[in-house]
Design a protein around this ligand. Structure first.
Ligand code: PBG
Length: 323
């Protein structure tokens, strides 16, 4: 006989009481801001499929990162657009490449902001795949050496954490070994552990100029149908030495976040990806939904599912909203 003894609406009576009974809270330190930096760009350039997000020049990168830091955001995640691409992704491990320069610059200008670097080949390869090709396939084991070189060059530039996003088997162990052998045993690895193949990366590929020139990424990224395979990916990466693991995208994988949180003790991050951002932005622009409300609800749902940190293009807006 719960009613009228229990009245759930008491919790919601007014703003004061709603605040008191809030179960999930967000704040600036929950968010990580992804940033794109392009070599040879004189000033920031808008990305049409991601309104509000830019490809940065070195100077606009510093301004944007400093603005994020002032809002209480603890970290940025860097993606680089090199001037030159080739089949071997050589610019990805150039000590004077776009990311290596950007890391040194940010660590000088904003030392207390954590700089995380995306470790992948797709922005640097002429074919747009995430590794070294053998015929039409990405060769897993050859790619491990490349990824290790990229990660080492980022660590040497001063990156606070490296984040491999390629989905090759064994890359966490390979990167860990290379870092350890080169005096970077204290540089942590954030693994894009359960990374799904999805239509929601579309706007990112415009931004990073990283769409595959042929085929797709289905031989390395995970199918949406396989939750147990996703948990095994996470388990293996933790065994190989990942310090933190990521689920990506976020809203279409909330079940994976819930299950991973129950099962593993490692820090669990979620990436609210470009397409998730773009669809709310687009509907908001058309007046079809309330953009801020939809953004806030999405981020709350990701935290509620169990994400310890959320990588989001909305980091600055969300930091203001939830401060
Ligand atoms: C690189 C990479 C991608 C994203 C992050 N790192 C794209 C991809 O795998 O094609 C996507 C991020 C986003 O959509 O916001 N491999």
């Amino acid at each position: 006989m719960p009613y009228p003894i229990h009245r759930m609406r008491r919790y919601r009576k007014n703003k004061t009481l709603r605040r008191l009974f809030e179960e999930t809270r967000l704040g600036p330190s929950d968010f990580v801001l992804p940033l794109f930096v392009a070599e040879g760009l004189p000033s920031a350039q808008a990305i049409p499929s991601m309104p509000g997000v830019q490809r940065h020049s070195f100077s606009s990168l510093v301004r944007e990162a400093s603005a994020a830091r002032s809002l209480g955001i603890p970290a940025v995640l860097l993606f680089g657009l090199p001037r030159k691409k080739d089949a071997q992704a050589r610019q990805a491990f150039n000590p004077n490449g776009v990311i290596q320069k950007a890391v040194r610059l940010l660590k000088r200008e904003a030392p207390d902001l954590a700089v995380i670097t995306d470790v992948c080949a797709c922005e640097y390869t002429s074919h747009g795949h995430c590794g070294i090709l053998a015929g039409k396939e990405v060769d897993n084991d050859k790619t491990l050496a490349l990824l290790s070189k990229i990660a080492l060059s980022h660590a040497a530039a001063g990156a606070d954490m490296v984040a491999p996003s390629d989905m090759m088997d064994g890359r966490i162990a390979a990167i860990r070994k290379t870092l350890d052998q080169n005096d970077f045993s204290m540089t942590p690895i954030l693994s894009y552990a359960a990374k799904f193949s999805t239509g929601f990366y579309g706007p990112f590929r415009d931004a990073a100029d990283s769409a595959p020139a042929f085929g797709d990424r289905k031989t390395y990224q995970m199918p949406a149908s396989n939750p147990r395979e996703a948990l095994r990916e996470i388990e293996l990466d933790i065994e190989e030495g990942a310090d933190a693991v990521m689920v990506k995208p976020a809203l279409t994988a909330l079940d994976i976040i819930v299950r991973a949180k129950e099962r593993f003790l490692a820090p669990l991050w979620a990436y609210h990806v470009s397409g998730e951002y773009a669809m709310i932005k687009a509907a908001g622009k058309l007046g079809w939904l309330d953009e801020e409300g939809a953004m806030a609800e999405s981020l709350l749902a990701i935290k509620r599912a169990g994400a310890d940190r959320i990588i989001t293009y909305w980091a600055k807006e969300a930091a203001k909203l939830f401060k």
